[in-house]
Ligand binder design. Sequence first.
Ligand code: 3PG
Length: 215
Amino acid sequence: MAVTPTSSLSALQVMQDAPVIPVIVLTDVAHAVPMARALVAGGIRMLEVTLRTPQALACMEAIAKEVPGAVVGAGTVRSPQDATAAAKAGAQFAVSPGYTRAVGQACRDHGLSLLPGVATGSEIMMAQEDGYNALKFFPAMQAGGPAMLKAWAGPFWDVQFCPTGGVTPGNALDFLSLPNVTCVGGSWLVPADALDQGDWVRIEALAREASQLPR
Ligand code: 3PG
């Protein structure tokens, strides 16, 4: 049975807010708030904090509480339990590296909009059956890059993509210029060494450049 996502913030709205969704890996809760403030100051509000570290949920909670200009999302959501924990920590959207119906249902139960990850036509069709037309193409470069998106534009004319994985400032425009790409995802906005050095100025500058990419 086809089901419709019910979050107040749609996945398409998440993708439309800026040309880049930062894929963030945090290992220190003290980094979360100043990093989020720097990204917001640079024009990036949709923040995907990946559930890859023991500190991720606490970081999401801190950003949700203390940075009103930010919209916190959870990345690397792989299970219904991840979705539940993310919602409890204040996430408003979720991003997953693949798609399962259970993850989709859990996100809907918690009012989280979801960008399901897809890499094949069958996966796109399964996500569309459940009402998802705004999808993450992952891993974008490894799975075919811009050429793959051009091929999908025909049969999947009603789908918008956020390519993520191997996207860099050097190739972002190759994706953003495509009509079926609303935004890209990438980790380059929040380098690990900038976090370690507390270099919020650099993160703000990277965000500003990213937020001004044409699309
Ligand atoms: C990820 O989930 O790690 C993203 O795909 C980020 O990939 P990137 O580091 O190539 O931007």
